[in-house]
Design a protein around this ligand. Structure first.
Ligand SMILES: Nc1ncnc2c1ncn2[C@@H]1O[C@H](COP(=O)(O)OP(=O)(O)OP(=O)(O)O)[C@@H](O)[C@H]1O
Ligand SMILES: [Mg+2]
Length: 361
């Protein structure tokens, strides 16, 4: 296994801007200063693998935390590269790379509109299980920081005018560490590269955030229902502080976007929380199946084109539910690649059976 590291895609913009910020007029000037070859510096800045020692040295010189900016999934990425062909069909885990994300254009337009004007405004994403809530949160966070060459041809990316000034924090409440107030607060500060106070309690957290938050910042809260239902430490005082942070203490620079399968206000009622925090979610995007043309775009992304007959069959069977589309496309592609003569549709139906409850009947 090579001892090399690469800058994670989402940090590339930030890393590039670190050069002028640290007073280096050019990549060459920086390479000379640090005593490394220009190609190593270029590789580092464009997210290509560089030797571990050089990675740490360059990061330190630019005032960047190497552990934070390093790609945490080098194995997976390398595997992808080795496969040599890029199957767009991701089934099961949320979509993290924008290239694999389809549709939701109307919701994205509304959401980015709330984020591109001052003050930033909060939004809730609601949708049944498996409909694509987590994937949408990842897309929001990653799309504007992904190099264009990694996107599909014609895929929209220019949602924000100054994407590089935005900061994004992703919180997954299914992660049991988020049950602790202190872990939650320090996760936010750490991601925003702010000092973590001692103790990291609500008061100190509020102070650090209100003193240091000068860039537009979006905190994405996935599976907020779990936070409300299962984590007693996250009490009403905690939620109210978050509300007050967004509304009063950060000069309109902070927004929350949460994802849940029921309306946030109802969720607060069910879980016997007082609801002021949940009243700040003025816009709600309800995720439904993909529109037909969006579903067709997903199907058309297959590296081997499907016959019209198969396309219609996939559209009909999946009813535009993204997970079912992905599974059926995966099966159809497998059949084409493998050249096997078995009835792939039968296998496709077997594969989507566990998810049939997602279909509107
Ligand atoms: N916009 C999309 N484009 C393509 N595929 C998608 C999209 N959204 C969701 N999917 C597909 O649906 C699957 C489930 O997506 P995701 O995990 O984001 O849903 P979820 O609503 O967060 O689910 P859960 O309620 O279980 O948390 C993904 O693995 C992927 O196959
Ligand atoms: Mg999810």
């Amino acid at each position: 296994m090579g001892r090399s590291l690469r800058v994670a895609v989402k940090y590339i913009q930030q890393v590039k801007s670190a050069l002028p910020r640290n007073g280096y007029p050019s990549q060459k000037a920086f390479a000379t200063e640090i005593g490394l070859s220009l190609s190593t510096v270029k590789n580092f800045l464009s997210g290509k693998p560089v030797d571990y020692i050089n990675f740490v040295e360059i990061s330190e010189k630019l005032g960047l935390e190497w552990q934070e900016i390093a790609d945490k999934e080098p194995e997976a990425q390398e595997n992808n590269n080795h496969i040599g062909q890029d199957s767009p069909f991701v089934t099961g885990s949320p979509i993290t790379h924008p290239r694999h994300f389809f549709g939701r254009q109307k919701e994205l337009k509304r959401l980015f509109n709330l984020l591109k004007r001052h003050p930033l405004q909060n939004a809730a994403i609601i949708g049944q299980r498996r409909i694509g809530k987590t994937s949408l949160l990842h897309y929001l966070k990653n799309i504007t920081a992904t190099p264009i060459e990694e996107l599909r041809p014609q895929q929209k990316y220019d949602w924000l005018t100054n994407p590089e000034i935005y900061r994004w924090v992703f919180v997954d409440f299914q992660d049991p560490r988020m049950s602790s107030k202190e872990r939650f607060l320090s996760h936010i500060l750490e991601t925003l590269r702010m000092n973590i106070p001692e103790p990291c309690d609500l008061d100190n957290f509020m102070d650090v955030m209100s003193d240091n938050l000068h860039n537009p910042t979006v905190i994405l809260l996935d599976e907020i229902g779990v936070g409300l239902q299962r984590y007693p430490e996250l009490d009403d005082e905690f939620w109210e502080s978050l509300r007050s942070l967004a509304t009063n203490h950060t000069g309109g620079n902070l927004a929350f976007i949460l994802a849940t399968h029921e309306s946030p206000i109802e969720l607060a009622h069910h879980t016997r929380h007082s609801s002021p925090f949940f009243n700040i979610f003025g816009y709600t995007a309800t995720l439904r199946p993909l529109k037909e043309e969006e579903a067709r775009e997903l199907i058309a992304s297959s590296p081997i084109p499907f016959t019209d007959d198969n396309v219609e069959w996939i559209i009909g069977q999946s009813q535009g539910i993204p997970l079912l589309l992905q599974i059926l496309c995966r099966e159809c592609l497998f059949h084409l690649e493998d050249g096997d003569t078995d009835d792939w549709r039968e296998e496709g139906l077997r594969q989507i059976e566990p998810f049939n409850h997602l279909l509107l009947r």
